[in-house]
Design a protein around this ligand. Structure first.
Ligand SMILES: *Cc1c(COP(=O)(O)O)cnc(C)c1O
Length: 413
């Protein structure tokens, strides 16, 4: 048997049935008309937003759409956050259609095509510039359209967020402009008459260590101040990044966001004069939505091979790649997993839960302890609210895409 991650405490059982947004897996399957499916419980997202507001008064909150772009979910989030961060023109359209004011949308991401720059400038979205070349293209496109672009500069910081699952800063990176070259680009876009929106400094993702985030935020503020003094232009806005992680695996401890908030408040209280009028933002994806989602998949076959039991389900890595350990993880570990229904007398056994794809990497639970399960039972994979459906190779093997449903209270969004 191998360990599995902790089930988020937001999920409880009633008479042996796991409740997901007030409904059982069977009720969800009936609603969806098929399995597998993702369910996102907006009440959990709202709870995380409330926690953020309590811990970070006076700091703006942006949602990073790439974590979960399901349109009904994004629509629900729009009214509770201060802005959306997008990483493509497609996500920018989702953000606009969800009702977010273009002035509160920022568009980061390497390799923006001319037509994406054009779409963003036309809509009034802020571009977080990833290179000096992109700055020139945005200025030229703005001139050609007779529009003044709103431009911020993404900085490739000269430090990293320690212990983060995905490193996005420090050293040679495709993201942002190297810190020591940013002041020059800020002067260039200001002199060219663009609306300068400030700096974006994202040092990493999926960090659970409050001390590491505190240290990165302190370095981020110092870097923003240094760049702003060097360029002689005060930034209206500084996006401090995010990187708040969630507990996927057994030994993880929950991130203590309150101590991060306290430390940031004291850093901000003594920030240098050049940042006195700056608005600060934290951008979060998985911390807001990751724990709100479950992936439900039905057992199609149960077999024994060389003494080991396999539960073969109708889902797989084509919907939930991350749970198979093939999305930005080095060591494969088990996400929290359970059966939707557990009877009192159920004995448990060690099984591997494998997907329906013809590849050995399609393994959603490796030698996990589960109550005795039969064909037809539903398996629940937790932490499926971020980087699930949209971050998985849904076209692989030509199985249908998973159904996605979002719920808020009793209302399907
Ligand atoms: C992916 C990404 C995020 C969101 O990261 P999470 O780990 O989901 O919070 C935020 N900002 C940028 C620039 C990103 O690329």
């Amino acid at each position: 048997m191998k360990p599995t991650g902790p089930i988020p405490p937001d999920f409880v059982r009633r008479e042996g049935e796991l409740m997901i947004g007030g409904r059982t897996a069977g009720e969800w399957t009936e609603l969806a008309g098929d399995t597998p499916l993702f369910v996102y419980d907006f009440a959990i997202v709202r709870d995380r937003i409330t926690r953020f507001r309590a811990a970070f008064p006076g700091v703006s909150l942006h949602y990073a759409v790439k974590a979960n772009p399901h349109p009904p979910l994004v629509r629900a989030i729009v009214s509770l956050v201060d802005g959306l961060d997008v990483a493509s023109a497609g996500e920018a359209r989702i953000a606009l259609e969800a009702g977010m004011d273009a002035r509160h949308i920022s568009f980061a991401g390497p390799g923006k095509r001319d037509r994406e720059l054009e779409m963003a400038i036309d809509a009034g979205i802020t571009l977080n510039l990833e290179s000096a070349g992109e700055a020139e293209r945005a200025l030229a496109i703005g001139r050609g359209m007779g529009r003044t672009p709103r431009l911020a500069v993404r900085v490739n910081p000269d430090f990293e967020l320690k212990g983060s699952g995905m490193k996005m800063g420090g050293g040679a990176k495709p993201f942002g402009i190297d810190a020591d070259r940013v002041a020059e680009v800020v002067r260039r876009i200001s002199d060219a008459g663009a609306i300068y929106r400030g700096l974006h400094i994202f040092a990493g993702s999926q960090a659970l260590d409050a001390a590491a985030i505190i240290e990165a935020q302190r370095s981020t503020l110092a870097l923003a101040a240094r760049i702003s003094s060097d360029s002689g232009v005060a930034p209206p806005h500084v996006n401090l990044g995010g990187g708040f992680g969630i507990r996927y695996f057994a030994p993880d401890a929950e991130l203590d966001e309150k101590s991060v908030g306290n430390a940031l408040a004291s850093e901000l209280a003594r920030r240098p004069a050049v940042l006195a009028d700056t608005e600060f933002t934290i951008e979060l994806g998985r911390w807001l939505v990751g724990e709100a989602g479950v992936y439900l998949t039905r057992i199609v076959d149960r077999k024994i091979s060389h003494g080991k039991t396999f539960l073969v389900v109708d889902g797989g890595l084509h919907h939930q790649l991350a749970a198979s350990g093939n999305f930005g993880t080095v060591v494969k570990r088990n996400y929290p997993i359970s059966l939707s229904k557990i009877s009192n007398e159920a004995s448990s056994c060690t099984v591997s839960v494998v997907g329906c794809l013809c590849t050995p990497i399609d393994r959603l639970g490796d030698q996990v302890e589960l109550p005795d399960a039969q064909v037809g039972d539903m398996v629940v994979l937790f932490l499926a609210g971020a980087y699930g459906a949209s971050a998985s190779p849904q076209a692989f093997l030509a199985h249908p895409a998973a159904v996605e449903l979002s719920i808020d209270g009793t209302e399907i969004l």
